[in-house]
Design a protein around this ligand. Sequence first.
Ligand code: KG4
Ligand code: ZN
Length: 347
Amino acid sequence: PGPLTVLGLESSCDDSAAAIVRLFEDGRAQVLAERVVGQNAAHAPFGGVVPEIAARAHAERMDALAAEVLAEAGLKAGDIDAIAATAGPGLIGGVMAALMTAKGLALGAGKPLVAVNHLEGHALSPRLTQRLEFPYLLLLVSGGHTQLLIVEGVGEMTRIGSTIDDAAGEAFDKTAKVMGLGFPGGPAVERLAAQAADPDRFAMPRMLARDRSCDFSFAGLKTAAKRAFDALDAPSQADRADLAAAVQGEIARHLAERARRAMALFAARFETLEAPRPLVVAGGVAANRSVREALEDAARKEGFALIAPPLRYCTDNAAMIALAGAERLRRGESDDLSAPARARWPL
Ligand code: KG4
Ligand code: ZN
């Protein structure tokens, strides 16, 4: 009994992160220290994350980040209750950096290791800053994932929809690449779209228009954006802005339409749960205002309330990994030092 203090490490994509989280018995969480170091500059010349570059950068930084958050929290490895690390899914070389560092620290300090699923981290992230009871519906929209999950508890998550091709963030990033906007593309597309004079000028395909599932598809958008852009001769800033708005609008519409379907399923399954029921959005794409507005509108229509963690916990971070680790530890779970790094690890 008593609070649990866990060091969390994250390196599954292009952010190296460490954090220390304290989980109290009543379910409240407190972030004692946190660091996130991105790698955008290293990947920008390539217009996307280069796995080998990411892995090397993580490996160089992980142990220093762990030492920094411990120092900031005024703790030593021996003072914490466990060491948690993302063990997947993600870019395997990167995943290994945090996991191996965590194993070394766990062995050195004689503390348990908790191998955390990155998606479970995202799913629990809103609980870092607010009391949120289970169950809730989660839309995870990042550069690597686009999924709808019913979250009934720690380790009790059911996926009810996912992308059949690209992730929503990839659709932003690839559109940005087509237009030469740099990496990461989401913020650049959003800034440009805000200047659009005619957001309806370019017609975008309606993805999965006749599909009745909660799945997503974004690959057709990139193709349509490329075709539209290539058809312009000497595209101006105004052309780019209109195209950015068209793509962003369709991404937002598609996400909201699929989320509405999922909300209806959720409401039917948890009939006795009072409205407004919770729809949580997490992942980097949750930063996008058009996406948020579309989701807010959809939630209102379905009798849900949209809940978004603060931006720093929407994107990749280690606090969510430490929290997931602490929740698992409290349930008496921990992992053997032979826990594998996994490129794929569906919930
Ligand atoms: O969750 P995240 O930081 O990393 C993972 O992929 O796990 O998400 C990054 C993604 C990128 O694809 C980026 O372009 C997108 O989130 N993103 C945005 C915005 N900010 C970040 N997409 C649209 N609008 C934004 N403002
Ligand atoms: Zn992520």
